[in-house]
Write a new protein. Structure first.
Length: 113
């Protein structure tokens, strides 16, 4: 059983690392996009595209972080840690829901233009 715990810990680190890379990559992409738009005069449709792209990165990162939290909750032995992970999972789930909803609205608005 020790090998399974070790494999789970490695998986948690890997998933959190992927989430970190996604947040950093999305943030850099958004910053570059915003600077480019500021220099170009901030056209509205392109601004939506920048934020929609950033939201996609954040939703992907949240999904990987939630997976890591689920794995972490399976190997912890303390109820406090399980409760903390549960609270974080709920918060991330709500953030994911609202980001998905905003992305759908932006896509619908963008398609209407």
């Amino acid at each position: 059983m020790n090998w399974l715990t070790h494999a789970t810990e490695i998986s948690i680190g890997f998933l959190n690392g992927l989430a970190l890379l996604m947040v950093v990559a999305g943030s850099v992409e958004a910053i570059v996009g915003v600077v480019r738009l500021l220099l170009a005069g901030d056209p509205r449709p392109e601004r939506r595209d920048v934020w929609l792209g950033y939201a996609r990165w954040l939703v992907a990162a949240l999904t990987f972080q939630l997976g890591a939290d689920i794995l972490e909750s399976s190997i912890t032995h303390h109820w406090e840690a399980v409760a903390r992970l549960g609270a974080v999972a709920v918060i991330r789930t709500f953030l994911n829901y609202f980001l998905d909803r905003d992305m759908a609205q932006l896509r619908q608005h963008h398609a209407g233009e």
